[in-house]
Design a protein around this ligand. Structure first.
Ligand code: AMP
Length: 410
């Protein structure tokens, strides 16, 4: 069987996740995975697991910056212990208005993605750094950008448009939507029986929810940036623009420059708000659940706000879809927080959603609706890495690939 190793690089604001799949002859065999986490701290983590889930690297390095973090990944990949990648897929949160298709990465494309870093400020700076490093460190290996916005390209103009002056629309200000690779992976896993009217809630540290008709995105909660939509770990979600202006004016009163004020505001709405801001405790659902057990009222309010926002979005999406066949929970909270799923679904009986408490008492993949629920409710973990590999393999067959590679690609 021909081997065709595809490296997947997925960077967050303080982490780099990576894995290699063998995608030769149509197989999708994950050979290993790893991550460097805690970039910007002295207490970083660097781990790798083999295909059986056995830890083969487990270190706690100091990670002062992304260069040190990526050098650990690169050194491991060049150590000779692992197959050299024949192609590389980069999770790319947003490419800006001109880049709506997944595609091969050129230096010019990286420059363009970087010029729209303001649309995904937590993700794009580290992603473009890694793209440039990968182009340099793996010469001759094709690199591909796989976009989180790609799945949402089917939203109508009505849904994409922002009610703002045209001059800003011309600058690319519109609703893009995020977590698209996760949503695509849910559709992929539901095939061939993709329900006609589907809502998927991706509830992780970043959280969003998407309405899907016949496998295509109709609407999603996140907008121009991943800060919009529902309240999540450290992000506000949608709020009255007057709140942002109020905060900006308060910051401006401290005499800082316009750029410093904008950066401070960005930090407030993206890193200090959401579950963390309301609870004044943590952005982590596990901490909040523990605190609720101890009677912490702010933690309770934060989680109630999260649940309430989701219920409102689900109700709106059911109206938009004209009904609902299936609701899917995914992401760290969606897969693991039994209480959040129960709280979100309680009160949605009028929409045909009814959970079975015993079926819901699980972590990981399951059908959790009651027998007599009109809507099927499921938990399905996302498979984002696999989706990225699938896109890379599709693009390689569509793009002129080097002849020696063509023979190996199924
Ligand atoms: P993600 O960004 O998808 O990794 O999800 C991170 C979120 O999932 C955090 O808020 C975690 O608290 C939450 N989470 C992970 N495991 C659990 C669990 N066992 N119970 C409740 N929440 C969890």
């Amino acid at each position: 069987m021909a081997s065709f190793p595809v490296l997947v690089l997925n960077s967050g604001s303080s982490s780099i996740k990576f894995c290699i799949y063998d995608a030769g002859d149509g197989q999708r065999d994950k050979l290993f995975e790893g991550a460097v986490d805690g970039i910007g701290t002295d207490l970083g983590k660097f781990w790798m697991k083999d295909r059986d889930g056995k830890k083969i690297v487990d270190e706690t390095p100091s990670l002062p910056n992304r260069a040190v973090a990526f050098s650990l990944v690169s050194d491991a990949l060049h150590s000779g212990k692992f197959p050299a990648p024949a192609a590389i897929g980069h999770r790319t949160v947003c490419g800006g208005p001109g880049i709506s298709e997944n595609q091969i990465i050129t230096p010019e494309l990286v420059d363009e993605i970087e010029s729209y870093a303001a649309l995904a400020p937590l993700h794009t700076p580290i992603a473009v750094y890694i793209m440039r490093q990968a182009l340099k460190l793996f010469p001759g290996v094709p690199n591909f950008a796989v976009l989180d916005t790609y799945f949402h390209r089917t939203m109508s103009e009505l849904v994409k448009a922002m009610p703002i002056p045209a001059e800003f629309v011309a600058m690319g200000v519109r609703r893009y939507g995020y977590h698209g690779i996760s949503y695509e992976s849910i559709i992929h896993q539901l095939q061939p029986d993709v329900p006609q009217k589907l809502i998927v809630a991706h509830l992780g540290n970043g959280a969003s929810i998407t309405a899907i008709r016949d496998g295509k995105c109709v609407d999603t909660s996140m907008g121009l940036t991943p800060t919009g939509g529902i309240i999540s770990g450290t992000r506000t979600g949608d709020i009255d623009p007057g709140v942002v202006l109020f905060m900006l004016n308060k910051i401006a009163e401290t005499g800082v420059s316009a750029k410093q004020a904008a950066d401070k505001l960005e930090t407030l709405v993206s890193k200090k708000s959401g579950l963390l801001g309301v609870s004044e405790l943590s952005n982590d659902m596990r901490d909040l659940r523990d605190a609720i057990k101890d009677g912490n009222a702010k933690a309770r309010l934060a989680v109630d706000k999260f649940v309430w926002t989701l219920q409102k979005w689900i109700g709106g999406f059911v109206a938009e879809l004209g009904g609902l066949d299936m609701l899917v929970f995914t992401g760290g909270i969606g897969e693991n927080d039994i209480a959040s799923r129960a709280e979100i679904c309680t009160g949605l009986e009028a929409l045909g959603i009814k959970l079975d408490a015993a079926h819901n008492n699980v972590r990981g993949e399951a059908t959790i609706s009651a027998e007599d629920s009109l809507v099927t409710v499921r938990v399905i973990p996302p498979a984002e890495d696999l989706m990225i590999v699938n896109h890379v393999m599709r693009l390689l067959t569509e793009q002129p690939a080097p002849a020696k590679l063509e023979a190996q690609i199924a």
